[in-house]
Ligand binder design. Structure first.
Ligand code: KIV
Ligand code: ZN
Length: 393
C-alpha cells in the first residue's frame, strides 16, 4: 500500500486593504474596500487585514462592516504598540466571527534611532506592556518586529521572546525593506524558532517587500523553514515596490508546491477577477509583463513558440490560464509569427488556403507586420482576401 504524506497548509494572509493601500495613490473609499473584501473571501484567503483602524473614521467603518459581513474569514486588526491604536483595532473588529490583533514595532537599530527614537530597553518595555494589554481582548495575537531582517539577532531574539512571554501566538518576521536574500532570510526562521525561549510554541508568518524583486523568493525560503502563514497583496501592491504578490506566490505553490509539500486554500479561478478589481479600484494599471495577471503573461508572438504551442500547450505554458480565470491563452500575430500560426488562425475563420495562397499570404503578412506591431484579425482577413484574389487572377 502506498501512503502519501499530507501537504502542509500555507495560510494566505491578505494585506491588500492595509499594506497594499499604503502604496502612494492607492487609497480607496470604504465602499470599494468592502467590495474587494467580499472578493477576497470568494478567492479563499484565510485572513484579511482590512486596514488601519486608527487612521480615519472611514477606515474604522470599513473595517467594522467587513468584520460584520465576512463571518467565514478571519479578520485582523492592525495597531502600533500604543493603547489608542489597540483600542481602535479591537473595537473595529469586535463583531468578527474570528479575529486577531496584529501589533508591530521596529526592531532594527536604524529604526530605533531615527524612526522611533527609543532605546532597546524602552522598546522591550513597550512590547511587554502592549502585548499584555492586547491579550486582554483577543486570543490570537500576531506580533511583528518591523525590519526584522536588518535587526541584530540578539535584539530580535529579545523582542520576540518578550512578545511570546506576554502571549503572542503568531510571530511574523517581516523583510520590511525588501533587503534580504533568500539564503539568509529562510534560516532566520529556524534560528528564531530554536534560539528563542518558547519559540517552538508559536505559529510563524512572513511578510516580504519587493524592493529587490525577491519578495516571492524570500517568502518561499521562509516556507522551506517552516513558516505556515504568508502575508501577501493582490497584484503585489504596497509600499514602494510593493508586497509579495498573492497570485505569484499562490501559483508558485500550485505549480511547484509538490516538491515543497505545501498547498493553499486559494480558489485559483478567482485570481484574474480579483486582480482586475483591485487594479480598477486603485487606478493602478498592471504591467504587461507582470507574471500571472499581466496582459502578455499568456500571449505568444514568436513563430517558434506559436508552432510549439499549437502542437502541445505545455511546450510554452507552465500553467493553464483558464484555471486562473484568464479568458484563454492567445497567439498574437506579428512579425515573429510563422506559417503554422498564421494558417491556424485563418482556419479558425473556416478558411482553408492552398499552398500558393498560403505562400502569398505569408509574404504579404510579413511585409505588413514590418509596418505595424500586431496583425489583428481584421487586417489578417483583408490580407487573406488580397491573397486569394491575386492567386485567382
Ligand atoms: O513591512 C512591514 O514591516 C509591515 C509590518 C508592520 C508587518 O508592514
Ligand atoms: Zn509591509
Amino acid at each position: 500500500m502506498t501512503t502519501t504524506t499530507p501537504k502542509r497548509q500555507i495560510h494566505i494572509f491578505d494585506t491588500t486593504l492595509r499594506d497594499g493601500e499604503q502604496a502612494p495613490g492607492a487609497s480607496m473609499s470604504p465602499e470599494q474596500k468592502i467590495v474587494i473584501a467580499r472578493q477576497l473571501a470568494r478567492l479563499g484567503v484565510d485572513i484579511i487585514e482590512p486596514g488601519f483602524a486608527i487612521s480615519s473614521p472611514g477606515e474604522f467603518q470599513a473595517i467594522q462592516q467587513i468584520s460584520r459581513e465576512l463571518q467565514g474569514t478571519e479578520i485582523c486588526g492592525f495597531a502600533r504598540c500604543v493603547p489608542i491604536d489597540i483600542d481602535a483595532a479591537v473595537q473595529a473588529t469586535q463583531d468578527a466571527a474570528r479575529r486577531r490583533l496584529h501589533l508591530f514595532i521596529s526592531s532594527s537599530q536604524i529604526h530605533l534611532d531615527f524612526q522611533l527614537r527609543k532605546t532597546q530597553d524602552q522598546v522591550i518595555e513597550m512590547v511587554r506592556s502592549m502585548v499584555a494589554y492586547g491579550k486582554r481582548f483577543v486570543n490570537e495575537l500576531e506580533f511583528s518586529p518591523m525590519d526584522a531582517s536588518r535587526a541584530t539577532e540578539e535584539f530580535l531574539f529579545r523582542v520576540v521572546e518578550t512578545a511570546i512571554e506576554e502571549g503572542a501566538t503568531i510571530i511574523n518576521l517581516p523583510d520590511t525593506m525588501g533587503y534580504a536574500l533568500p539564503e539568509e532570510f529562510g534560516p532566520m526562521f529556524t534560528r528564531v524558532r530554536n534560539g528563542v525561549r518558547g519559540g517552538d510554541k508559536v505559529v510563524y508568518s512572513t511578510h516580504c517587500h519587493n524592493d529587490l524583486g525577491l519578495a516571492v523568493a524570500n517568502s518561499l525560503a521562509a516556507i522551506r523553514h517552516g513558516v505556515t502563514q504568508v502575508e501577501v497583496s493582490v497584484n503585489g501592491v504596497g509600499e514602494r515596490a510593493g508586497n509579495c504578490s498573492l497570485e505569484e506566490l499562490v501559483m508558485a505553490i500550485q505549480t511547484r508546491g509538490e516538491s515543497m509539500g505545501v498547498t493553499t486554500n486559494i480558489a485559483t479561478d478567482q485570481i484574474y477577477e480579483t486582480s482586475r478589481m483591485v487594479s480598477r479600484a486603485m487606478h493602478f494599471p498592471i504591467a504587461y509583463n507582470k507574471p500571472i495577471v499581466g496582459r502578455n503573461a499568456f500571449q505568444h508572438e514568436s513563430g517558434i513558440h506559436q508552432d510549439g504551442l499549437l502542437k502541445n500547450r505545455n511546450t510554452y505554458e507552465i500553467m493553464d490560464p483558464e484555471a486562473m480565470g484568464i479568458p484563454r491563452s492567445m497567439i498574437i500575430l506579428g512579425k515573429h509569427s510563422g506559417r503554422h500560426a498564421i494558417k491556424h488562425r485563418v482556419s479558425e475563420f473556416g478558411i482553408q488556403l492552398g499552398d500558393d495562397e498560403m505562400e502569398d499570404l505569408y509574404n504579404r503578412f510579413k511585409a505588413k507586420a514590418d509596418e505595424q506591431k500586431i496583425i489583428t484579425d481584421d487586417v489578417l482577413m483583408q490580407l487573406v482576401g488580397e491573397s486569394t484574389d491575386s492567386i485567382v487572377q
